[in-house]
Design a protein around this ligand. Structure first.
Ligand code: GLN
Length: 263
């Protein structure tokens, strides 16, 4: 399938368009062989095409930015359900990378006022690029902020006013084995979360508790093995009610949600 997608990419046609293909020019064949060679060497397909589909969007990606994964689409589904009926909800995406979560929410809930936070200097150019592309296409503009989600001063001006905080933070425990194409091509800052994978999440929880209004929603993606540890951490940190864990489409524990207590 990846070979078909690469050939379609080289020829500028859809995958279905390959069915009615005439003769392929030599330079396209050479380019196709180069790309399939790189793919066989575990370069991610999305880096070779420069595009990553995510929900209704096609995002620009490449070296330096985490390639958005289909599992995260469900976290967005949950977020949109939470926002339904709110005309102008305030939303913050912590660790936005390509902007997949933030830009999808802005695309699918045009009233939302979304801020995307990214600290990785190698990634934020992609966040900004994708945000500019979506705004030019007519979506409600998303604010992109260079900052660390664990910093106590982050977005101070929004303290207690945010309706929803959503994040796919780095959560891979140091020492865990990840596929070579992940280890070699996704940015380390997007992956590694300290000894138990939850180091960044601890800071994220403090930031989210500060930013959210009472009753505001929190949704955090996590590793398959963190389906008990992350809800336990959220419960133990106080500030939260309705802590729930949700599986992905493969049935693996994938994201935890909660509401800010009080109010
Ligand atoms: N799910 C990612 C992977 O495939 C890890 C992403 C993360 O740490 N947020 O490795």
């Amino acid at each position: 399938m990846d070979a078909e997608l690469l050939l379609a990419h080289v020829l500028g046609v859809s995958r279905a368009g390959l069915l009615t293909l005439g003769e392929v020019p030599d330079d396209a064949v050479a380019r196709f062989e180069d790309l399939t060679g790189q793919r066989a060497d575990r370069v991610p397909l999305q880096h070779l095409t420069g595009r990553a589909p995510f929900r209704h969007l096609e995002l620009a990606v490449g070296p330096g930015v985490f390639v958005p994964r289909p599992e995260t689409e469900q976290l967005v589904e949950w977020a949109l359900a939470r926002l339904a009926g709110r005309a102008e909800p305030v939303v913050v995406d912590l660790g936005s990378g390509s902007g997949a979560i933030a830009l999808s929410i802005a695309h699918e809930h045009p009233g939302a006022r979304v801020t995307a936070v990214e600290r990785d200097p190698g990634a934020i150019g992609w966040t900004r690029h994708n945000a500019a592309t979506r705004a030019a296409a007519g979506d409600t503009p998303v604010d992109v902020l260079s900052g660390d989600m664990t910093h106590p001063g982050l977005l101070r001006e929004l303290d207690g006013t945010v309706d929803l905080v959503v994040s796919n933070p780095p959560y891979v425990p140091v020492g865990a084995t990840v596929p070579r194409e992940v280890a070699d091509h996704d940015p380390p800052l997007a992956l590694w979360g300290g000894p138990d994978g939850l180091d960044v999440v601890r800071g994220l929880l403090r930031t989210a508790a500060r930013l959210l209004r009472p009753g505001g929603g929190l949704g955090i993606e996590h590793a398959d093995q963190q389906g008990s540890a992350l809800p336990a951490l959220v419960r133990a940190s106080g500030s939260w009610t309705d802590v729930e864990d949700h599986p992905d489409l493969a049935g693996r524990p994938r994201y935890t949600t909660a509401h800010r207590s009080g109010g």
